[in-house]
Design a protein around this ligand. Structure first.
Ligand code: AMP
Length: 422
């Protein structure tokens, strides 16, 4: 008995009617990245679990609760990547990309996997485009990355985008801040959710990320990191804000933006359209490269969720259109005409024209119905008469245009191309 198997929960099929929008968006992202000096890097979908435990952080929800982790047949613990940065840093170190010519700029387009509760805009398999810039400590690096996201979103024409900026300092200022946070949340310990009670002992900053309404309410009165920044971190943050403002990008400082991953230091930021889930997050990560066995250099980057970007584009009527799948449909009647149509279609494709012909032995009426469904721009019917005269009419499907074209090997493709171009 046959069984109908459905897609796993939280995953999406990108259908033929949607794939052109994906390709157009991905193409724009890669082109923008190139303008800023980034080259694409591709890393494996799965990595050693330890990479994410170290690189994303053992105390994070992403690692503790959401990773797809399994033992492979060789007994190794493997995880599907929950985000892009850790794998990129691993690959950059392993392949010696960080040895010279800094800053090194790489970008990526990846699928990510997180065992989250699926809802609109939150999936178990989703896609990210991101960039990582290694070896640039100056505030200009953070500001350039922020400018890049802003340029990209403006390039798509998205309306209502907001930017929230924060600095979460360095380990030195965070030590003081952790003390203050702990003292504050200790007074509310019993009211925090069980996860936050654990966070209070391990990493109280995580409580600021909790989505539980009671924890949020308590967190709204918590001390803010900006009051605890050391002079160097404060000066860095001021300079980042100054450059971003000078570039004409509006922002608000939001001290509750702390990002869910452990490796961030100093600048963190989020772009979103209010009322929708966060679109893009990023920031500076101080110790990650060294933590993963690389040189003592910093990174700064961002990741944007493609499902969320495409949903917003479509919501605002900006999704790239699906191009027509066929320029010319060559219908035929009879065996000899069928062979002619087959060869002419092949000649057109070799000349970069999208062309199709009958592959099912259907009637001309059925062929034309199919051409209509394909959205063919032009159609031609070849039968015995056309073969005898060696010419046939190219008919515009959605209009009145009719052009006689000779079915000659050396002139046919040029004649059709001319019609398509005018
Ligand atoms: P993060 O790595 O959590 O900072 O996420 C970066 C971006 O990836 C977010 O701003 C979202 O656009 C996207 N994203 C994260 N998690 C999901 C998810 N479960 N489903 C869809 N998009 C996601």
């Amino acid at each position: 008995m046959s069984v109908k198997i459905t897609k796993p929960r939280g995953t999406n099929d990108v259908l033929p009617s949607q794939s052109a929008a994906w390709q157009a968006v991905e193409g724009k992202l890669i082109t923008a990245a190139r303008r800023f000096g980034y080259s694409e890097i591709r890393t494996p979908v799965f990595e050693a679990t330890e990479l994410f435990a170290r690189g994303v952080g053992d105390g994070t929800d992403v690692v503790n609760k959401e990773m797809y982790t399994f033992e492979d047949r060789g007994g190794r613990s493997i995880s599907l990547r929950p985000e892009g940065t850790a794998g990129v840093v691993r690959a950059a170190i392993e392949n010696g990309l960080l040895a010279d010519a800094l800053p090194r700029k790489v970008c990526y387009l990846v699928s990510c996997f997180r065992y989250e509760k699926p809802q609109s805009g939150r999936y178990r398999q989703f896609h990210q485009f991101g960039v990582e810039m290694f070896g640039a400590d100056a505030p200009a690096a953070d500001a350039e990355v922020i400018c890049m996201v802003s340029d990209i979103l403006r390039g798509f024409g998205l309306a209502g985008v907001t930017l929230e900026l924060n600095s979460i300092g360095c380990p030195a200022c965070r030590a003081e801040y952790h003390k203050a946070l702990r003292a504050y949340f200790e007074g509310y310990r019993a009211e925090l959710c069980p996860t936050c009670q654990e966070r209070l002992d391990k990493n109280p900053m995580r409580i600021l990320d909790c989505k539980n309404p009671e924890c949020r309410e308590i967190a709204s009165g918590a001390p803010v990191i900006l009051d605890y920044l050391c002079p160097e971190c404060r000066a860095h943050f001021e300079a980042v804000k100054d450059l971003v403002a000078a570039a004409g990008i509006a922002y608000t400082v939001n001290p509750t933006v702390v990002r869910g991953l452990d490796y961030y230091t100093r600048t963190v930021f989020e772009f979103s359209v209010p009322g929708y889930p966060a679109l893009c997050g990023g920031g500076r990560y101080g110790g990650l490269v060294a933590e993963l066995g690389g040189p003592d250099i910093e990174g700064v980057g961002f990741a944007i969720g493609l499902e969320r970007l495409l949903a917003l584009l479509s919501e605002q009527g900006l999704a790239p259109a699906q191009p027509k799948g066929c320029d010319v449909y060559l219908a035929s009647m009879g065996e000899a005409a069928g062979k002619k149509a087959f060869l002419l279609a092949e000649a057109l494709r070799r000349a970069d024209v999208s062309a199709q012909c009958d592959l099912c032995g259907r009637s001309v009426k059925a062929q034309m119905k199919y051409a209509d469904k394909l959205g063919a721009r032009y159609a031609m019917v070849i039968g015995d008469d056309e073969l005898a005269k060696n010419e046939a009419e190219l008919k515009e499907m959605a209009g009145e245009r009719r052009v006689m074209v000779e079915l000659l090997d050396d002139s046919f493709t040029d004649a059709v191309r001319k019609v398509l171009a005018t």
